[in-house]
Design a protein. Structure first.
Lengths: 466, 463
C-alpha cells in the first residue's frame, strides 16, 4: 500500500522537533507542594500559533518528538465503514467490509455461538494464559476441519497448527517465518488481492510480486497469465492462493485449473500458501470449499494454510484463526511449530481464549456442529439469492446488452463489479453506496429489498462515468 | 490489463550477509546456515543444525533447515512443571495469581461482567475499529493517568487497545522504530525476559541500564543515574511503572522524581510498562504515581498497560498502549500511524476481554468491588512474603532474606543462582526461572514449608 510505504520512509522529524531536543530542559521544574500536579500554565509556543508574552523554560521540551509525523490516510477497506457511519442519507448502503448481514441488514450472531458462550459461562472456566501455540482443543478441530479428520497428514502428525489472530494474524506469523527461514524468497500474490496482503508482507519485510489473475475483458480468470507468471518466478517462491471465494473478485479456478496450478507449483518447487477465510461460506459446504487445499495436500506437497473463523462462524471481533503448515514429516512439523511459537511470543505472547473456546465447542460437539452447518448454508444461501436478484434487476434495467452474468458466476461474499475508481466514487458520492475503490462490493451487505436501487446505481455509474 | 507490481523489497538485496541474487532452495538453505553460524543476539539458542547442506532437495522437506526452538524460558517452566508427576511439585514460574488453595482465580466482578455480556441480546461480534473498543480506551487512559489528568482533558493522549502488555509494547516499539529519530531503547538490567525480543523484533536496538544491585538486593540508583545520564539525547527508556519484574525492587517516589528530572533534561523518551497497577501495593492510584509524575510535567511518554494480572484476564489478552503527546494534533496523527502498525499485524483487537474491562470500569459498584478483590490479591501476596521471610529466619537459613519483604509485587528475586535453582527443581520439584525469580502468587501457607526446605538445602549444599 502506498500509504504504508510512506510511513516507513518518513523517519526524520521536522526541523523544529530536532531543535527542541537540543534546546533541552535545564531543570527548574516547579512542583507544587502536592508534588504531582501541574496546572495549565505551561506554554507551548508551537501549539496554536498565538504569540506569547513569555516563553517559559519552566515547561518541559516545547515541541513534540512526533511533530514530523504525517496523518495517515484511513484504511481503504475498514475506512469505508467509517465513512458510511458518517453519512446521514437515508438511502445509504454499506457494501464495504465483508461482514455478513441479514436480510434486515443487521449483524448476525450465530445461534450455535450463543449456545457455546452460554455453555462456557455455565462451566465457569478459568482465564489462564493459553500456551503460545493456543488452545490445544481448538488446534485439533481446526486442522481436522480443514483437512478432514481422516486425512493422512493429520493422522501422521505432519501438520504444525498454531492458533493465530484470525486470518491476518495467521498470515503475519507465516510471513515472519518466511522472512526468517526463507530469506530472499518471494511471495507471489494475485492481481488483485485482498488489500491487506501487501501490507502484511511489507511489514514482515518479505518481498512480493504479483501474478496475473483477474481479466477485466472477460470479468473472469486470466488462467494463462496466472500459469505463466507462476512459472516465471524464481524457484522456491511462495504462491499465495485463495482457497475459495477469491477476495476481491469472487472468481475461483475450476477443479481442473487447480490441478494445473498444482502441477506448475510442483514443477518449480514453489510452496503453496493458502488463505482460507471462507470455508463453508462460499458454496455452503465445508468440504467442497476445502477441496483445493486437500487436493494439494494429497499430492504430498508441503504447504501453508491460514484459516479464519471471522465469516463462517461470525466471530469477526474475537480474532480467531490458525496457521497450519503441512510438512513431509512429523519431525519437521514439530520444528516448524516451535519456530512459529518463537515468533508469536514477542508479538503478543499467547493468543486470546474466548474465540478459540467457542470454535472448539461448536466444531467439537456433533450436535452444535450440525447446527452450524445448517446456519452456514442459510448464510451462503442468502448471498446466492441476492446475487440472483441483483443479476435479474440489472438485466431488466440495463438496455445496453452488457453481460452481467459474472455476478452469478462469482462466488462468496464479494463481487468484482468491474467499476473503476471514478465509477466507484460516483456510486458513493451520488448514490450513497459505500464500496472499495477497486470496484468490489460485499453482497453480504445487500438485501433483496435493495437490489433494484443498487442496480440503478451500478448502471448509472458504469455508463455515465469513465 | 492492470500493471503488475512488485514490492520494494523484491529487487533489493537481502539485508543479511551474504546477499544471494538467486533464491534456489539450496542457496537459501546455505544462507540460513550461515546466519545460524554467525552470532545472533536475539535468536538465543540454536541447538544443532540438523540439515546437511549437501542433502538433495528434490522430495526433501523445505523445512529441513529449521531447527527446533527451545521452550520459552518463562512459559517453558510451566511446560516442565506440567510434565512432572511429583505430588509435591510447586509452580513458582509464570506470574499468574493463585489462591491460597493453589487455584487460578476468576474475579467475581469479571464473572458478573461476562454474565451481562451474554445476557445482552443486542450484542454483536462485528469487527472492532483498528484502535479497539472506544470506551475501553478512554477508561484505560483515565485509570493510569487519573480521571482529572490535564493530558486527557486536553486530548493529548492517544490510547489504542492492544493484546495485553506484550502487544502494547510491540505496537509501541514498531511505531517508534518507524517514526522516532532515536532507535535505541534502554532497558533495566535485569528485566522481563521477553522485553529484549519484543523490542528487537520491533526494529529497535536494545541497550541496558544498571538497575538491580545483587549486593544489596535493592536498587543500584547511582548506576541507574549514570547509565541514563550517558545515554544519547532522545533515546528511549523503558521503565517498569511499579513492581519491577523480575526483581520486585522499585525506586522510591523521591528517586522517581530524580529519574524524571534526568530523563527530561536529556530529552529521553520514557516508555512505561504498567502490568501491575493496583496489584503491587493494593492501591490503583499509588501504583500509578510514577507514571502520573511524568505525565504531569507536560512531556511526552508511552505507556503499555496490561489487565492480565490486576483483573485476572490473562488469557483474554487485554491491554492498551497510550502515547501522551505535546498537542492534540500530534496525538491524532500518531494514532493514525498506530493504525498502520496494527492493521498488518492482526487487523483489529479481540473484543471479549476489553468489553469485560469496560463494563467494570464504567460501573461504580463493579469498580469498587474490583478494588476490593484487587486489594485482597495484593494482600495475600504481601502476607506470603511475610510468611516466607519468617519461616526462613525461623529455620536459620544462612543469609539476609529481608529483601523478600522489601521487594514489591508478584515476584521475588531470591538471589539464588542458576545452579541452586536447578538443584531445587531436580531435588524438590520447585519450578521457577533460572534467574532466581519466584512468583509469590504461586505460594500458599501450605507450600511455604516445602519451599523453605528447598531454599535451605540449596543455600547450604550448592554454591
Amino acid at each position: 500500500m502506498a500509504s504504508s510505504m510512506l510511513s516507513l520512509t518518513s523517519a526524520s522529524p521536522s526541523p523544529s522537533a530536532s531543535l527542541s531536543t537540543q534546546e533541552s530542559l535545564k531543570g527548574k521544574l516547579k512542583l507544587r507542594s502536592s508534588g504531582l500536579s501541574f496546572t495549565k500554565e505551561k506554554i507551548n509556543p508551537f501549539a496554536n500559533g498565538k504569540s506569547f508574552g513569555r516563553v517559559s523554560m519552566v515547561a518541559a521540551v516545547n515541541a513534540s518528538r512526533f511533530d514530523g509525523i504525517a496523518m495517515a490516510p484511513p484504511d481503504p477497506i475498514l475506512g469505508v465503514s467509517e465513512a458510511f457511519k458518517a453519512d446521514t442519507n437515508a438511502l445509504k448502503l454499506n457494501l464495504g467490509v465483508g461482514a455478513y448481514r441479514t436480510e434486515e441488514l443487521q449483524p448476525y450472531v450465530l445461534d450455535v455461538v450463543k449456545k457455546a458462550e452460554n455453555l462456557m459461562l455455565e462451566r465457569g472456566e478459568n482465564k489462564e494464559y493459553l500456551p503460545i501455540e493456543g488452545l490445544a482443543a481448538f488446534n485439533k478441530v481446526t486442522a481436522e476441519l480443514l483437512f478432514g479428520a481422516d486425512n493422512p497428514v493429520i493422522k501422521e502428525q505432519k501438520v504444525a497448527t498454531v492458533q493465530g489472530l484470525s486470518g491476518t494474524g495467521s498470515l503475519r506469523l507465516a510471513a515472519a517465518l518466511i522472512e526468517r527461514y526463507f530469506p530472499g524468497a518471494k511471495v507471489l500474490i494475485s492481481s488483485p488481492t485482498w488489500g491487506n496482503h501487501k501490507n502484511i508482507f511489507n511489514d514482515a519485510r518479505v518481498p512480493w510480486s504479483e501474478y496475473r489473475y483477474y481479466d477485466p475483458k472477460t470479468v473472469g480468470l486470466d488462467f494463462e497469465g496466472m500459469i505463466a507468471d507462476i512459472k516465471a518466478a524464481p524457484e522456491g517462491s511462495f504462491v499465495l492462493l485463495h482457497g475459495c471465494a477469491h477476495n476481491p473478485t469472487g472468481i475461483d479456478p475450476t477443479p481442473e485449473q487447480w490441478e494445473k496450478i498444482a502441477d506448475v507449483i510442483q514443477e518449480k518447487n514453489h510452496i503453496p500458501f493458502f488463505d482460507v477465510a471462507y470455508q463453508g461460506f462460499a458454496s455452503g459446504s465445508l468440504d467442497a470449499d476445502a477441496a483445493s487445499v486437500r487436493s494439494f495436500a494429497a499430492r504430498g506437497m508441503e504447504l501453508f494454510v491460514a484459516q479464519s473463523y471471522s465469516k463462517n462462524l461470525g466471530l469477526y471481533a474475537e480474532r480467531i484463526g490458525a496457521m497450519n503448515v503441512v510438512c513431509t514429516s512429523a519431525d519437521a512439523a514439530a520444528r516448524v511449530k516451535s519456530q512459529l511459537k518463537r515468533l508469536a511470543r514477542p508479538m503478543y505472547s499467547n493468543p486470546p481464549i474466548h474465540g478459540a473456546r467457542i470454535v472448539a465447542n461448536v466444531v467439537g460437539d456433533p450436535v452444535l456442529f450440525n447446527e452450524w452447518k445448517a446456519e452456514m448454508e442459510l448464510m451462503a444461501g442468502r448471498i446466492k439469492n441476492v446475487r440472483q436478484k441483483l443479476y435479474d434487476s440489472l438485466c431488466a434495467k440495463d438496455k445496453s446488452g452488457k453481460d452481467w452474468s459474472f455476478i452469478l458466476k462469482q462466488i462468496g461474499m464479494f463481487s468484482f463489479t468491474g467499476l473503476n475508481e471514478a465509477q466507484s466514487d460516483k456510486m458513493t458520492n451520488k448514490w450513497h453506496v459505500y464500496m472499495t475503490k477497486d470496484g468490489r462490493i460485499s453482497l453480504a451487505g445487500l438485501s433483496l429489498a435493495k437490489c433494484e436501487y443498487l442496480a440503478d446505481a451500478i448502471i448509472d455509474s458504469f455508463h455515465n462515468v469513465s | 490489463m492492470r500493471p503488475r507490481s512488485t514490492s520494494p523489497l523484491a529487487h533489493s538485496s537481502s539485508p543479511l550477509p551474504p546477499p544471494f541474487s538467486s533464491s534456489s532452495p539450496t542457496d537459501r538453505r546455505l544462507n540460513t546456515l550461515v546466519r545460524h553460524l554467525l552470532v545472533e543476539n536475539s535468536s538465543s539458542v540454536m541447538d544443532s543444525i540438523s540439515a546437511s547442506p549437501t542433502s538433495a532437495f528434490h522430495g526433501d522437506s523445505v523445512f529441513a533447515h529449521i531447527v527446533r526452538a527451545p521452550e520459552d524460558p518463562i512459559l517453558g517452566v510451566t511446560v516442565a512443571y506440567n510434565k512432572d508427576p511429583s505430588p509435591v511439585k510447586l509452580n513458582l514460574g509464570v506470574g499468574a495469581y493463585r489462591t491460597e488453595e493453589g487455584k487460578p482465580l476468576v474475579l467475581n466482578v469479571v464473572r458478573r461482567a461476562e454474565q451481562q455480556l451474554v445476557n445482552d441480546v443486542s450484542r454483536v461480534k462485528e469487527y472492532l475499529p483498528i484502535v479497539g473498543l472506544a470506551d475501553f480506551n478512554k477508561l484505560s487512559a483515565k485509570l493510569i493517568l487519573g480521571a482529572d489528568s490535564p493530558a486527557i482533558q486536553e486530548n493529548r493522549v492517544t490510547t489504542v487497545q492492544c493484546l495485553s502488555g506484550t502487544g502494547s509494547l510491540r505496537v509501541g516499539g514498531e511505531f517508534l522504530a518507524r517514526h522516532y529519530h532515536e532507535r535505541t531503547i534502554y532497558i533495566p538490567q535485569p528485566t522481563w525476559g521477553n522485553h529484549t525480543k519484543v523490542f528487537t523484533l520491533s526494529g529497535l536496538s536494545v541497550k541496558t541500564y544498571q538497575y538491580y544491585d545483587p549486593a544489596t538486593r535493592g536498587l543500584n540508583f547511582q548506576g541507574l543515574l549514570e547509565d541514563l545520564g550517558s545515554a544519547p539525547s532522545g533515546a528511549i527508556v523503558l521503565l517498569h511503572a511499579c513492581a519491577h519484574n523480575p526483581t520486585g525492587v522499585d525506586p522510591t517516589l523521591e528517586q522517581w522524581e530524580q529519574i524524571r528530572q534526568l530523563i527530561r533534561s536529556k530529552a529521553l523518551l520514557p516508555f512505561f510498562d504498567s502490568a501491575y497497577q493496583g496489584f503491587a501495593s493494593g492501591s490503583l492510584d499509588a501504583d500509578a504515581q510514577p507514571v502520573r509524575l511524568f505525565a504531569a510535567d507536560g512531556g511526552e511518554c508511552l505507556i503499555a498497560q496490561s489487565y492480565a494480572k490486576n483483573m485476572g484476564l490473562y488469557g483474554e489478552r487485554v491491554g492498551a498502549l497510550s502515547i501522551v503527546c505535546k498537542t492534540a494534533d500530534v496525538a491524532s496523527r500518531v494514532e493514525s500511524q498506530l493504525k498502520l502498525v496494527i492493521r498488518p499485524m492482526y487487523s483489529n483487537p479481540p473484543i471479549h476481554g476489553a468489553s469485560i474491562v469496560a463494563i467494570i470500569l464504567k460501573d461504580r459498584d463493579l469498580y469498587n468491588e474490583w478494588t476490593i478483590e484487587l486489594k485482597a490479591m495484593a494482600d495475600r501476596i504481601i502476607s506470603m512474603r511475610q510468611q516466607l521471610f519468617d519461616a526462613l529466619r525461623a529455620r536459620g537459613t544462612p543469609g539476609d532474606w529481608s529483601h523478600i519483604i522489601k521487594q514489591i509485587g508478584m515476584f521475588t528475586f531470591t538471589g539464588l543462582n542458576a545452579e541452586q535453582v536447578a538443584f531445587m527443581t531436580k531435588e524438590y520439584h520447585i519450578y521457577m526461572t533460572s534467574d532466581g525469580r519466584i512468583s509469590m502468587a504461586g505460594l500458599s501457607s501450605k507450600t511455604v514449608p516445602h519451599l523453605v526446605d528447598a531454599i535451605h538445602a540449596a543455600v547450604t549444599r550448592v554454591v
